[in-house]
Design a protein around this ligand. Structure first.
Ligand code: PEP
Ligand code: MG
Length: 575
C-alpha cells in the first residue's frame, strides 16, 4: 500500500475502484518492407485489422446513439473513412506492389490524404483531418496488438489515471463507472477541473509521475477531500472508505436543502448566485430554478467537443435552448476562449513559447474574424429567446474594447441586411482577467454594460504563475491580500458607475473567497453547480456586515495563509 499526498483536490469526494491508466496512443512511423512471399498473408492480416477497427468504431457509435448523443455522427464519419475506397486501394497497392509493412502502408496512405486535405481552402473539408488522424491511429494501434483505451466503455468502477484529459476524452467519459479522475497535469482552474466539478466527479490533479506509480488494474482509493491517492489499499481500509464515502454523500445530501433558498443574508441583503455552464444539456439546465441566471457560459466547450467549427445554426440551437430555459434571467455567454491550455483539434494554432501570454481568447478571435462573426451572429439571433449578455475574454485594453464594439456592430449590420431579428437589449461586457484592465477600470466601466472577474486568469497574470504548472502551484496564491486589493479596485469602479460586476472564476464558488468578495461590495457571484448549495448556506447563515468587516480586515493582512486562517476562524466554515 502506498499513499501519495500531492496535487490538488479540485473536485471533492471519494472514489474507490480499479486504476484505469489511460495513455493516449501515439504511433511512430518506421520504414519497413516485407518479403515477397509474405504479401498475401500480410494483406489478409490487414483485412482482419480493418474488421476489428470496424467493430470498435461501430460499437462506440451504437452506444452513443442509444444515449441519444449527437457524437454518434462523428463515429459514423470514422466508419466512412475506414472504408473509403481510394484509401483502401492505396493501402492495397502499397502492400502488394511496394511491399510496405501494414503500418508503413497505413502511415503513407493516410498521411498523403491528410496532406491533400490540409491544403484545401474549405474549412469544413479541412476539419476532416482530425478524423483521419483518429482512424489512422486506431488502425495502427490494432496492428501493434494494443488494447483500446477508451474512456467511453469501462466495465467496472474505475479511477482514471492520466497525464491530462482532453475535452474529447471527457466528452465521452462513461460516467456510470468513473469513480475519480487523477492527472499529472492541471491545477484548480484547468479544464479537467471544470469538467470534474460540473459532473461532480472527485478529482485530484497535478500529481507528478502518477502514471508511473500506479499499475493498470490495481485497486485505488482517491480521497479528494484530504487530497490523497491510496494505491493498493487493504480490505479493511477499503471498508473504512466505503463508510466515509457514504457519510460524505449524506452530508452533501443535507446541503441540498439550501439549494432552493433565496441567497439573502441574515441582515437582508440580496445577492445573486449564478451558474457556470459549459453546455445547454438538460443536466446543466436542471439548476434553472435555483439560480439567478448564468454568470458564465463557457462556449468553447461547444467547439472543443466537436470535430469541426460549429456552424451558425448549430450554435444558434444551443444558445437559444439555454436562453429559453432561463427566460428573463440573464445568460452571460462568453465568446470563444481558445488558446493557452485549450486547443481545437481541427484548428491549427500558432506554436508559441508562452501560449498563456500569446494569441488566445479574444486575440485569437480578432485574428479569425470569420469565426467571431459566426458566433456573434448565432448569439444575436438566439437573443430573441431570452436575456443575452455577451462577454469577451482576455480583454487587456481600451483598444480591445473598441474592436469588440466594432465586431458586435458588424454582426448586427449583417443580420439587419438579411432582416434577421435580434434583441435590442443585448448587453456587451468584458471579462476582467488582465490586471491592466483593472488599473483603468474607471474608463472601462464607462465603455461596457457589465464586467465579470475571471479570477483564475487574473491570479495567473497577477502573480506571474502558469495556472497549470504543478512546479509553481504554491506561488499561485488566489487568496492573497494582493488579489483582494486589486479585485476591490474593479468592484469600486463598476459600483461607482452603477454597472453590474460579478465574479465567475473559481473564487466565486469558493467558501473562503466568496464571503470576502461579497464583503468588498460584490453582489453577484457565479459558480459550478456543485458549489451552489454550499455558498447559499454561507450567505443565508451570516450577516453582510460580518462579511464586510472580515473583508476589510483581510485587506490589511500580508499573507495568503493569514487570510485563510482568519476567514475560517471568524466565519467558522466547515469543510
Ligand atoms: C477565469 O479565468 O477565471 C475564467 C472564469 O475563465 P477560464 O477559467 O475559463 O479561463
Ligand atoms: Mg479565463
Amino acid at each position: 500500500m502506498e499513499r501519495i499526498k500531492q496535487g490538488h483536490a479540485v473536485s471533492k469526494g471519494i472514489g474507490i475502484g480499479r486504476a484505469f491508466v489511460y495513455t493516449r496512443y501515439t504511433p511512430e512511423k518506421k520504414v519497413v518492407y516485407i518479403d515477397e512471399k509474405d504479401v498475401e498473408t500480410t494483406f489478409a492480416r490487414y483485412h482482419s485489422i480493418l474488421q476489428q477497427a470496424h467493430q470498435e468504431i461501430d460499437s462506440i457509435r451504437e452506444s452513443l446513439e442509444k444515449k441519444g448523443d449527437d457524437k454518434a455522427k462523428i463515429f459514423q464519419a470514422h466508419l466512412d473513412i475506414l472504408h473509403d475506397i481510394a484509401l483502401e486501394e492505396m493501402i492495397e497497392q502499397y502492400i502488394k506492389q511496394e511491399r510496405f509493412s501494414i503500418a508503413y502502408a497505413v502511415h503513407e496512405a493516410f498521411d498523403m490524404f491528410i496532406e491533400i486535405i490540409s491544403q484545401v481552402e474549405d474549412d469544413l473539408i479541412k476539419e476532416r483531418v482530425a478524423d483521419l488522424k483518429d482512424v489512422k491511429n486506431r488502425v495502427l494501434r490494432i496492428e501493434e496488438g494494443l488494447p483500446e483505451t477508451n474512456l467511453s466503455r469501462l466495465s467496472e468502477p474505475s479511477v482514471i489515471i492520466a497525464d491530462d484529459l482532453y475535452p474529447s476524452d471527457t466528452a465521452t467519459l462513461d460516467r456510470n463507472y468513473v469513480e475519480a479522475l487523477i492527472t499529472e497535469i492541471g491545477g484548480v482552474t484547468s479544464h479537467t477541473a471544470i469538467i470534474a466539478k460540473s459532473y461532480e466527479i472527485p478529482a485530484i490533479l497535478g500529481i507528478e509521475g502518477v502514471m508511473k506509480k500506479v499499475k493498470h488494474g490495481t485497486p485505488v482509493i482517491a480521497d479528494a477531500i484530504k487530497g490523497e491517492l491510496i494505491i493498493d489499499p487493504d480490505e479493511k481500509l477499503i471498508d473504512e472508505y466505503q463508510i466515509k464515502r457514504k457519510e460524505y454523500k449524506a452530508k452533501q445530501a443535507l446541503l441540498i436543502t439550501y439549494l432552493p433558498l433565496k441567497p439573502i443574508t441574515k441582515d437582508n441583503i440580496k445577492v445573486e448566485v449564478t451558474l457556470n455552464i459549459g453546455s445547454a444539456s438538460d443536466e446543466e439546465l436542471s439548476y434553472v430554478p435555483y439560480v439567478d441566471g448564468v454568470g458564465l457560459f463557457r462556449s468553447e466547450f461547444l467547439y472543443m467537443e466537436n470535430d469541426h467549427l460549429p456552424t451558425e445554426d448549430e450554435q444558434y440551437q444551443v444558445y437559444a435552448k439555454a436562453l429559453k430555459a432561463f427566460g428573463e434571467k440573464p445568460v452571460i455567454l462568453r465568446t470563444l476562449d481558445i488558446g493557452g491550455d485549450k486547443e481545437l483539434s481541427y484548428l491549427a494554432l500558432p506554436k508559441e513559447d508562452n501560449p498563456f501570454l500569446g494569441c488566445r481568447a479574444i486575440r485569437l478571435c480578432f485574428e479569425h474574424p470569420d469565426i467571431l462573426q459566426t458566433q456573434l451572429r448565432a448569439a444575436l439571433r438566439a437573443s430573441v429567446n431570452g436575456n443575452l449578455w455577451l462577454m469577451f475574454p482576455m480583454v487587456g485594453s481600451i483598444d480591445d474594447i473598441e474592436k469588440i464594439h466594432d465586431a458586435v456592430s458588424q454582426a448586427k449590420v449583417s443580420l439587419d441586411s438579411e432582416k434577421i431579428p435580434y434583441s435590442t437589449d443585448v448587453k456587451v461586457g468584458v471579462m476582467i482577467e488582465i490586471p491592466s484592465l483593472i488599473l483603468i477600470a474607471d474608463h472601462v466601466a464607462k465603455m461596457v454594460d457589465f464586467a465579470s472577474i475571471g479570477t483564475n486568469d487574473l491570479c495567473q497574470y497577477l502573480t506571474a504563475v502558469d495556472r497549470l504548472n504543478p512546479l509553481v502551484s504554491s506561488y499561485y496564491q488566489s487568496y492573497s491580500p494582493a488579489m483582494f486589493r486589486i479585485i476591490k479596485m474593479a468592484i469600486d469602479a463598476f459600483n461607482k458607475e452603477h454597472k453590474p460586476i460579478s465574479v465567475c472564476g473559481e473564487l466565486g464558488g469558493d467558501p473562503i473567497a466568496a464571503p470576502i468578495l461579497l464583503g468588498l461590495g460584490m453582489r453577484k457571484i457565479s459558480m459550478a453547480k456543485s458549489s451552489v448549495a454550499k455558498i447559499k448556506k454561507i450567505i443565508t447563515s451570516h450577516d453582510m456586515v460580518k462579511f464586510s468587516q472580515a473583508a476589510h480586515h483581510i485587506l490589511n493582512l500580508t499573507k495568503e495563509k493569514d487570510v485563510i486562517e482568519y476567514v475560517q476562524s471568524v466565519l467558522k466554515l466547515e469543510d
